[in-house]
Design a protein. Structure first.
Length: 175
């Protein structure tokens, strides 16, 4: 089983990347590849670029990483009550190659934010997009108040940590 995890953010200090890395560690799987969107040089989706240049090697490289995976863990960052432009753009590029490129993928989608809502807006919008692209979301999780509840690579709030552990186990049982 090939598992890919990534945050829908290109921030070098992404709190969503920290969350998805922690959640991945709870799966207790040997082979989880963590992607960083900042490792890909992909422009904002533009139909004119696609027409003039086609799909860049970077778009194809990212696309193939997702297509070759069986399982995805995605933590969706939130900008202005929505998914990030970088996540949307990467999904747009991939969907132009195959509109259902996430078909057959089992997905754990999560989010966090510094605020009390825990990125639930991006979780809702991103989940709709992921489903539209063919992905099957098995479990979701939201971590509110990241800066208060996450320290040194783990959730420090016992109740929220237990919730994530339960969700990870639920996800594993559904695979």
């Amino acid at each position: 089983m090939k598992i890919i995890a990534f945050a829908g953010s290109n921030s070098s200090t992404s709190i969503n990347k920290q969350l998805v890395i922690y959640a991945s560690s709870l799966l207790n799987e040997d082979q989880i590849e963590i992607l960083d969107l900042d490792d890909y040089t992909i422009p904002t989706f533009d139909i004119d670029i696609e027409k003039a240049q086609g799909f860049s090697d970077e778009v194809k490289r990212f696309y193939h990483k997702l297509v070759e995976a069986n399982v995805l863990l995605i933590s969706l960052a939130e900008h202005n009550a929505c998914i990030t432009a970088v996540f949307k753009s990467y999904m747009d590029w991939c969907s132009r190659i195959n509109s259902k490129f996430l078909e057959g993928k089992k997905i754990f989608v999560m989010s966090t934010s510094p605020g009390g809502y825990g990125g639930k807006n991006s979780l809702e919008v991103g989940s709709k997009l992921i489903t539209k692209l063919g992905g099957e979301i098995l479990v979701d999780f939201s971590l509110p108040k990241f800066n208060d509840n996450f320290v040194e690579g783990r959730i420090t709030n016992q109740e929220l940590n237990e919730e994530l552990v339960i969700k990870v186990n639920e996800f594993k049982n559904k695979l």
